[in-house]
Structures are given as structure tokens and as C-alpha cells.
Write a protein that binds this ligand. Sequence first.
Ligand code: NAP
Length: 259
Amino acid sequence: MDLGIAGRWATVCAASKGLGRACAESLAANGVNLVINARGAEALDEAARAIRAANGVEVIAVAADITTPEGRRAVLEARPDPDILVNNAGGPPPGDFRDWEEADWIAALQANMLTAIALLKAVIDPMMARGFGRIVNITSSAVKAPIAELGLSNGARSGLTGFVAGVARAVAGSGVTINNILPGRFATERLAANLAFVSRRSGRPLEEVRREAEARIPVGRFGEPREFGELCAYLCSTQAAYITAQNILIDGGAYPGTF
Ligand code: NAP
């Protein structure tokens, strides 16, 4: 399927690895030029080189912390007024809510709520003026079904979800869509770190924890980042113009509800 977005520009945050990188790769495979971002320059430059070589698109790499105003400014200035924005940042650490101080909550809100809102605010008016825009926020299945040890994520991402529900409808009709993709469990470094935390906390071998986690997923395995990236690219397509204000789970059937 031709997604109708070749030649457009996308800004993909937190994209040197994992789900953000997969989104960047799928967009590039559809001819989209990219600004990609992460804090670590080495992995980011490697990602930029690989994506350029595989797809022949332009890729601008901006090494910066997207959760800071300076980082966001650098990313936005690299190529102003993107057609597509993929909001992403590292997830907050797992833990027990009794151990979290106000500063931990502020950091989680910055990374997983306020950064996405600031970037959306910076790009949306030009998108509306041009009559085309796609904003995709990477959130988490934790928004629909909380994950006990990820309380910071459960809380901060729900805040972003509530905001998006309102603004997506307010701008609908301008050619701009805003959707959230809710990953279940995908085989990335982040997932490996979360499984290691559960293993340490429970004193059980990591392999046992991993097998048990996979067995709880009806599809019987963790998701491949590529599967996530392809969904993101589709939501950014011309064909997806009628999909907005949605929270789309991609979790191998793990969420047990009917709706
Ligand atoms: P990952 O494999 O650890 O990759 C994270 C990427 O984000 C890396 O490129 C990292 O590069 C970059 N990054 C992290 N913090 C950043 C910051 N402050 N500024 C700029 N870039 C930053 O993680 P992932 O699994 O792809 O997860 C992506 C998001 O989805 C996270 O918020 C995670 O909590 C959420 N999620 C993931 C899963 C899953 O199963 N994987 C499930 C639910 C939700 P640097 O470290 O070099 O900056």
C-alpha cells in the first residue's frame, strides 16, 4: 500500500533504539525524511546512517534530552514545521510508590506528559495552516490496565491521554490527526530492564520471569518493534485521515477486556 506520505518530514523523538527507532524506520521505508533524536550521540548517529543507507531519505540526527526545553528547541530548529510528529521518551523507572518523592513525579510528568504537550503545541498551528498533520504519541498499555510496578507511568501517561482526547477533537477537521499508540510488551532494552527488575525483586531467575511474561500474552511472544513501527506509519498515512483521538492497543491480545 502506498501511504501517500513520501517526501514529507517527520520528527521522531527518542528514536535511536526500540519503538521510536522502529517508527522512524517504517516512516523512512515509506519515503519520509526524518529528524531523529536521542541523548546518546553514538547510537543515534548509527541509526541515522543505517536508515539513510536503507531508504535513501534525508535523516537529521539531533543528540539532545527531549525532556528539556533546550533539547526540544534543538530538535525543532533542526527542521521546523514537520508534517509528522512522533512523541516518545524513555519510560519512568519501576518501583514502589512509597519510595517516590515529588521530584520523581515531576520527572515522570516531564518525560511522559509535558514534553509531548510542548512539542504538540509547537507544531500544531503550522500543520493546521497547511491542512495536513499527523501526531502520534507513544504511551503504554498501562493507560488501559495499570502495571503495578510502573505507577509513575500509569499516572503520567493517563494525564497525556486526557489532554489528547480533548485537543484531538478540537483540531479535527483541519487535516491534523492525533492518536496514541499503547504498546503492550515489545522486545526492546526497556522491556529487558523491566524484566530484570521483576527478577531481582522476586528473587526468581530472569529466564523464568521472561517465559512467564510471554506465556501471559495470547499471541505467545513479545512484540517485534517493527510491528509497532508499521502501525505508526499507517496512522501517519493519507489513508488514516479519519482516525483521530484514538488509543490503539498493540499487545498481542494481552488486554483481557472485550473493548
Ligand atoms: P528503549 O528500547 O529503552 O529505547 C528508548 C529510546 O529513547 C532510546 O533511543 C533512548 O536513547 C531514547 N531516550 C530515552 N530517554 C530520552 C530522552 N530523555 N531524550 C531523548 N531520547 C531519549 O525503550 P522502548 O522500549 O522503545 O520504549 C519507548 C517508550 O515506550 C518508553 O516510554 C517506554 O516506557 C514505552 N513502553 C515500552 C514498552 C515495551 O514493551 N518496550 C511497553 C510499554 C511502554 P538515549 O538513552 O540515548 O537517550
